[in-house]
Design a protein around this ligand. Structure first.
Ligand code: ATP
Ligand code: MG
Length: 237
């Protein structure tokens, strides 16, 4: 489980996070919402170990195997080896093929990377350059690259923020089904309350540097498919 206690973070005298306390159970999916600039990405970066808190504790006890490489994916630094981060932009290395991007940092990468690509439905694009893929496909590669390491904790910072509505719902379904198969713990930052409700067990709101709301989502799964926009998508495919 993930446990945050009394987390504080300031930048140049501005207190961004004042006192964040949060307990996340292993396998739980928590969405973090809040206004632009409220500190959502900062919180994720602290949990990822990409930023250091001024005070407070972060404990994460994974219930999954630790993975091997911490330093090889230079565009997506990982300070915690059992944690992977996915951002709004895919941050794929443009000079490497799709498969090589997913294999980065794996000791014997290619088979696992191919399986990961198949899970995001991109097996047949393995030998292409990232630049020829659509934005949504690049995010699927980024998801494969994160999950190929079997992280115990997946941190998602608006991973679908740049996608059109239908692609976003498709991706929500993919993330939900992979989460159900794999059982990793997930922390998702999103501007989109619908998305938070579609994916998360629990939604927290950050305001004024603190968690001001922490609500369990009581809707049954799967949720993204119940979204009216998905009906339009299903007609097209
Ligand atoms: P958005 O929804 O727009 O992504 P956010 O909630 O993710 O916003 P953060 O990126 O966490 O917000 O930023 C919170 C505040 O901290 C902002 O005022 C930002 O300017 C400041 N901040 C974040 N990182 C740094 C940094 N490295 N140096 C200085 N200030 C920073
Ligand atoms: Mg942000």
């Amino acid at each position: 489980s993930l446990s945050l206690r009394g987390l504080q973070k300031s930048f140049g005298g501005r207190r961004v996070l004042k006192a964040i306390d949060l307990q996340v159970k292993a396998g739980e999916f928590v969405a973090v919402i809040g206004r632009s600039g409220c500190g959502k990405s900062t919180l994720l970066r602290l949990v990822a170990g990409l930023e250091t808190a001024d005070t407070g504790n972060i404990d994460f006890n994974p219930h999954a195997q630790a993975i091997t490489c911490a330093s090889c994916v230079n565009s997506v630094p990982n300070s915690r080896p059992d944690t992977r981060v996915m951002f709004q932009d895919s941050r794929l290395l443009p000079w490497k093929s799709v498969l090589d991007n997913v294999s980065l940092g794996l000791k014997q990468g290619s088979d696992a990377a191919k399986r990961a690509l198949a899970q995001v439905d991109l097996a047949e694009r393995a030998d292409e350059w990232p630049s020829v893929l659509s934005g949504g496909q690049r995010q699927r590669v980024a998801l494969a690259r994160a999950l190929v390491h079997e992280p115990a904790l997946l941190l998602l910072d608006e991973p679908l923020g740049a996608l059109d509505a239908l692609t976003r719902i498709e991706m929500q379904n993919l993330i939900e089904s992979l989460w159900q198969q794999r059982g990793f713990t997930a922390l998702l930052v999103t501007h989109d309350v619908q998305e938070a409700i579609a994916l998360a067990d629990r939604v927290i709101l950050i305001e004024d540097g603190q968690i001001t709301l922490d609500e369990q989502v009581s809707l049954p799964r799967p949720r993204a498919r119940g979204n009216p926009a998905f009906a339009a998508l299903e007609e097209k495919i």
